[in-house]
Design a protein around this ligand. Structure first.
Ligand code: GUN
Ligand code: ZN
Length: 430
């Protein structure tokens, strides 16, 4: 048994949902961990009295402890092309992504990048992520292997592409299906790893591959599906040409049995109300990727409409089109995207989206995203005085909401003092 003392913040519901009890905050709190799981979180004074005499107490007073961040969309194979300039989505994919992903046929390269990538997530306080590798089986093996070593919660699967991409990344629909099945058998459910059927997007799969992907999902209850949806206007027009029979881009996925609980779609910028209604009704989730949408000039995510439809929403960094691994920075950019759309994002809602909201969109809220008893003890120790400016600005804050807002606007990896996974230290700022 272990206990961490500090300021504690977590959510039990969506603070935008009107529940007064959604946010739990203890200025002097204690998080008690037993066998890697949360035993209890609450006020230090009351809980200290109940602790056995030999319990180890880590004193982090002055720091803010929140559940580990959940990144609902990121590409590990694009780590080395983050910050590559020029062009919107389709040009950017051809210019940077295809050559970068080609290198993941090499297991040594894949393993080296996977290790760096997982460490970078931890350095930024991210303990759970839904990740795109490449079409290569070895890229998935490398990622799952690196995550397993660090006991991180990772959802991933072999990228499926059988058209509209270079031949060095293309394989037949049948080979993609067979490769996916082998990986599911080997990795799904191992420690904290979960498989996601991963058709890259409808443009790079033939109807046959889309059909097989839907079948794979149907045959494996409990696995995820991840893809891209309605990110960029030229992309949407292209999908209309490729699938003239579909009502919309989303409808393509639905026709092939890919829409349902545990389906996560990145971007969701260019949707209509019917699409949002279908996503809500089927239990699918949107991954809002603000830095990517700004970087590629894709468009502005509409959180108000997603909320009105009742769709699950999480936050994605979408590295390498996204420009930061930091969920704090990504929340700051989410705020700015919504400002451009005439909407707002409270700091409480933002921290909810980065933790429990992400967990809910991945159907993992019974395991992570909050400090309710029994949840896996993944957490981040944040330093709200990490830089001279953060320290100065935070000192002037009167309320928790103000401090959280300052943290998401000015904070980044420097504000992450420690990251803990399953109740054990996984990273500590030097
Ligand atoms: N759509 C299809 N593939 C990709 C990708 O790798 N990045 C982004 N941002 N969008 C995509
Ligand atoms: Zn993406």
């Amino acid at each position: 048994m272990r206990a961490i003392r500090g300021e504690i913040l977590y959510f039990t519901g969506d603070p935008a949902g009107g529940s007064a009890d959604a946010l739990r905050h203890f200025a002097d709190g204690l998080l008690i961990v037993r066998d890697g799981r949360v035993a209890e979180a609450g006020p230090a004074e009351a809980l200290l009295a109940k602790l056995p005499a030999d319990a180890r107490i880590e004193d982090r007073r002055g720091r803010l402890i929140v559940p580990g961040f959940v990144d609902t969309h990121i590409h590990f194979a694009q780590t080395d092309i983050i910050a590559s300039p020029g062009g919107q989505l389709l040009e950017w994919l051809a210019r940077y992504t295809w050559p970068a992903e080609r290198r993941f046929a090499d297991p040594d390269h894949a393993a080296a990048v996977a290790g760096f990538f997982c460490d970078e997530l931890l350095r930024n306080g991210t303990t759970t992520a839904a990740v795109f590798p490449t079409v290569h089986r070895v890229s998935v093996e490398a990622l799952f292997g690196a995550a397993l070593q660090r006991r991180m919660r990772v959802i991933a699967g072999k990228v499926l592409m059988d058209r509209n991409c270079p031949d060095f990344l293309r394989e037949s629909a049948e080979d993609g299906d067979a490769g996916s099945r082998a990986l599911i058998a080997r990795w799904h459910g191992r420690d904290r790893l979960q498989y996601a059927v991963t058709p890259r997007f409808a443009a790079t799969s033939t109807p046959q591959q889309m059909r097989l992907a839907g079948r794979l999902l149907a045959e494996h209850p409990g696995i995820h599906l991840q893809s891209h949806l309605a990110e960029n206007r030229a992309e949407v027009a292209w999908i209309r040409e490729l699938y003239p029979e579909a009502r919309s881009y989303l409808d393509v996925y639905e026709r092939f049995g890919q829409l349902g609980p545990r389906s996560v779609f990145a971007h969701c910028v260019w949707l209509d109300d019917t699409d949002r209604g279908r996503m809500a009704a089927t239990g699918a989730a949107m991954s809002f990727c603000p830095t990517s949408n700004l970087f590629l000039g894709s468009g502005l995510f509409d959180l108000a409409q997603a909320d009105a439809a009742g769709v699950r929403v999480g936050i994605g960094t979408d590295v390498g089109a996204g420009t930061s691994f930091s969920m704090l920075q990504t929340l700051g950019e989410a705020y700015k995207v919504l400002q451009l759309n005439g909407q707002s994002l409270s700091a409480e809602r933002a921290f909810y989206l980065a933790t429990l909201g992400g967990a809910r969109s991945l159907y993992l809220d019974d395991r992570i995203g909050t400090f309710l008893p029994g949840r896996e003890a993944d957490f981040v120790v944040l330093d709200t005085a990490a830089t001279p400016l953060l320290a100065r600005r935070s000192a002037a804050c009167g309320t928790l909401a103000e401090r959280l807002f300052v943290l998401m606007m000015l904070g980044d990896d420097r504000a992450v003092a420690e990251t803990w996974v399953m109740g054990e230290p996984a990273w500590r700022r030097p």
